[in-house]
Design a protein. Structure first.
Length: 395
């Protein structure tokens, strides 16, 4: 399928416009990185605790942040999860010993602000064993004849009901449990006597120690560099070394500008962002190889054509393919960015920026590098023979 037919755009004639644009974006990003002391790493890399919390009502982020700041030192992040009553709460950890302590303090702050100090067990933040231990004696005193296995099955059914949709981990009161099989009036009386339902539920907790975070950071950098090195070797064998160098510089350019934009827009770099960057490396490299492959084919068919003109022809011939693949992928990533929620925000932002930068770098960064090298070789030949000569091409 071709969207563009017989186009004759002078892409290489606009190369300096886009090269200067890349230099401007890179300079702005590097200044931002310098001013901010480097990228803003997420908890995956700098270490800390990350807690997903669901609330009965939409809470105030400032209230949670100020309450946590009074108990925990370091950076506190509180982020709304769009379209829900959930929040993402993160704390920075300076050492391994403070990791569990930080989690305990986070839970303590949530209970103090959204729970009850009545000595009862919180139904929204308890496990099966704790619930069974709390109900065992009251049920016996109430004359409810339950064997141990029956008690375990009952508590399992109660928690399964709590965790299933549409409750998804949070019930608003013990009365809701009347819908659970086995919860008789006598059982319900015991549950109300011993338990209550708080206005929040901790859905998930992720903890990363600072040492592990530093190791993940190092591995992420090495993974990106290894990917670039492997692609350089592959393209050098498939084409020529200058093509490989041009492609790798272009992909490194894409990665660098994307990281710079994360700093400019003050966004966190997490493991999902690294996954997006590695995806971007492969995507951008594929687009560059398609153009280089067409250049190589045309070198055999258009031997009398000047290299810059031949490159323009090759880019025009692959324009429909680039528009279709990059355009559709871009629309998908935009949809992820707009509707995917905060959890996918960094991942989708990296892909959106990467596709924009990667699409133009294949044409305006990678191809000009090959062109500059061939022009350099040609100028050396002219100097060697001491006489002007027509431009020749190096495939």
């Amino acid at each position: 399928m071709q969207i563009f037919k017989d186009t004759k755009y002078d892409f290489l004639g606009k190369k300096w416009l886009f090269i200067n644009l890349s230099l401007l974006l890179t300079a702005a990003g590097l200044i931002s990185l310098f001013v901010k002391g480097g990228p803003r790493y997420g908890i995956d890399f700098k270490g800390g605790a990350l807690m997903y919390v669901k609330f009965a009502n939409q809470p105030h982020a400032d209230k949670i942040r100020s309450a946590l700041s009074a108990k925990i030192s370091g950076e506190i992040t509180v982020q709304d999860l769009a379209g829900s009553d959930e929040m993402l709460i993160g704390t920075e950890i300076k050492n391994e010993q403070a990791l569990n302590e930080s989690r305990a303090r986070m839970e303590e702050v949530l209970r103090a602000n959204f729970g009850e100090s009545n000595g009862k067990l919180d139904l929204n933040n308890t496990g099966q064993e704790a619930l069974a231990n709390r109900l065992r004696d009251p049920l016996q005193r109430a004359g409810v004849p339950l064997a141990e296995q029956q008690l375990q099955e009952l508590t399992k059914a109660i928690l399964s009901y709590r965790d299933s949709a549409p409750r998804s981990g949070l019930i608003h009161g013990a009365d809701e449990l009347s819908a659970v099989a086995g919860v008789t009036p006598a059982v319900m009386a015991a549950v109300k006597q011993e338990c209550y339902a708080s206005k929040f539920a901790i859905r998930n907790v992720e903890m990363v120690g600072p040492k592990v975070g530093a190791d993940l950071q190092r591995q992420a950098i090495l993974a990106t560099l290894y990917a670039l090195g492997g692609m350089l070797i592959y393209i050098a064998f498939r084409f020529e070394w200058i093509y490989g160098l041009g492609a790798v510089i272009a992909v490194f350019h894409d990665t660098l500008i994307t990281v710079c934009m994360f700093s400019v827009f003050n966004k966190e770099i997490s493991l999902t962002v690294v996954a997006a960057l590695l995806t971007l490396v492969g995507y951008s490299m594929n687009d560059t190889i398609v153009i280089f492959d067409r250049i190589r084919e045309n070198l055999k068919l258009m031997r009398k054509e000047k290299l810059e003109s031949l490159m323009n022809i090759s880019v025009n011939q692959t324009l429909s393919r680039t528009a279709l693949t990059s355009g559709l992928t871009f629309l998908t990533c935009i949809a992820l960015y707009l509707f995917g929620g905060p959890v996918l925000h960094g991942f989708s932002f990296a892909l959106v920026m990467g596709i924009i930068v990667g699409t133009y770098s294949s044409v305006f960064i990678a191809s000009p590098i090959v062109l500059f090298w061939n022009n350099f070789l040609e100028s050396r030949r002219r100097a060697a023979i001491g006489a002007p000569a027509g431009k020749t091409r190096k495939g």
